[in-house]
Design a protein. Sequence first.
Length: 265
Amino acid sequence: MFVDSHCHLNFPELSSRLDAILAVMAQAQVERALCISTTLEDFPAVHQLAMTHANLWATVGVHPDHENCPEPSLEDLLRLGQLPRVVGIGETGLDYYRLNGRSVADMHWQRERFRTHVRAARQLQKPLVIHTRQAAQDTLRVLREEGENGASGSAGGVFHCFTEDWQVAREALDLGFYISFSGILTFKNAQSIRDVAAQVPLDRLLIETDSPYLAPVPYRGKTNDPSLVPYVARQLAQLRAVSIEAMAEITRNNFEALFTGVSVS
């Protein structure tokens, strides 16, 4: 019934108990999950999860926060992005939260890495998984400069774990992107995010855990896993005045539409 569009099952907090997590996912009616790559070094483990388990898929990419790791070339992303069960490019984007004394101008390496991912996604015609933190306008600008406008030839994708305002959401939607909400949607202090979630068109909504992080209420502060994504769906269903079953179907269908070739029936 439910699909977790963004999780990190290869991270040690989850990989050490994978069988138990898959079992509780089944009990919670979480039928599918997308495992997200954050470095080239962790990609083989992410890909192996997708190759081993019929209800898991993978992406390939290098997270903008990772500095001391192999830099992805366009050739790397094109080669790995064509492997079986790899359905997206990312996690990629921009993150200016931890400048550590540097200026935004100093983060040019992040912007170049992001451009490499966008170019790979466009060539492969596979969606981008976008991370943006305190960098929304630069994120949108780079996408536009690289030709992402929602028209033919665009890769499109999803702004994951969305925490920006409605203006950013509107601009992302105008570029053809989906918007994904995490357990943050359930937090007491997240009314501004709920206000955005109440406005996103139903055919552009996704849900995720971003596990092992951001466990939803009533599990906030604990280790998250995909079995908890129904709590995000329930909050979103309440905001949109639909049943949780309807929200599960909406977000499941959206996942399948975005990540072409993934059957979730």
